[in-house]
Design a protein around this ligand. Structure first.
Ligand code: PLP
Length: 225
């Protein structure tokens, strides 16, 4: 099937409230344009350099999501244009994004990445660290000098364990959804949770049944990498 056919098939299967991020890492511009011409406007990329190059070369109305692990020192390369950063997992990174967003006169939407998988290698915060970031945000928002004015936490993101065991994946998604519900109760100007980014090609249907509002799909659209 063509990229366009894959895309249409997936789009028609998604509930209305679920946003599709087309994950285009390592794929050539021609592939992205095929999806673009089929109506797709949100693309997700994992590597800073690749994202910057594609952004320069492709149409201006694309909304670029950064879904990889962002190093603080590289944040400034994407802050002029990025529309959502999915993988934020430290206060230090948030401070850097805030600083760069300020320079660009922007408020940048971010998702906090939570570690839900039973694997050492996947990045993300645990519940205690999430709690700590929330506390800093609330304290700062209440003070005279809010140090996070140029970032807005709009949700959580997570990646389940890479396993055949559907029960385990389901438990991990349910856990992330429970954290999302808990932290969505908090509300300040720059803490407004409305997005739960979970689900990839292999597990997005399960993720949606567990409450995902944003799926990140690569290989089922563009083919294997
Ligand atoms: C690559 C990637 C995806 C897409 O994975 P597929 O299995 O190809 O759909 C989604 N999320 C993240 C964070 C990724 O790195």
């Amino acid at each position: 099937m063509s990229i366009q056919q894959n895309l249409n098939k997936i789009k028609s299967s998604l509930p209305e409230q679920v946003t599709l991020v087309a994950v285009s890492k390592t794929k050539p511009n021609a592939d992205l344009m095929e999806a673009y011409n089929a109506g797709q406007r949100i693309f997700g990329e994992n590597y800073v350099q690749e994202l910057v190059e594609k952004q320069e070369q492709l149409p201006n109305d694309i909304q670029w999501h950064f879904i990889g692990h962002l190093q603080s020192r590289k944040a400034k390369l994407i802050t002029p244009f990025v529309s959502l950063i999915h993988g934020v997992d430290s206060l230090k990174l948030l401070q850097e994004i805030n600083k760069q967003a300020q320079k660009n006169n922007r408020v940048i939407d971010c998702l906090l990445q939570v570690h839900i998988a039973d694997e050492e290698t996947k990045f993300g915060l645990d519940e205690k660290e999430l709690e700590e970031i929330l506390k800093q945000f609330l304290d700062s928002a209440r003070s005279d000098n809010n140090e996070f004015k140029n970032v807005r936490i709009v949700g959580l993101m997570g990646m389940a364990t890479f396993t055949e065991d559907q029960n385990q994946v389901k438990k991990e998604f349910q856990y992330l959804k429970s954290l999302f519900d808990k932290y969505a109760k908090q509300n300040t100007e720059n803490w407004q949770l409305n997005t739960l980014s979970m689900g990839m090609s292999g597990d997005y249907e399960l993720a949606i049944s567990c409450g995902s509002t944003m799926v990140r799909i690569g290989s089922s659209i563009f083919g294997s990498r």
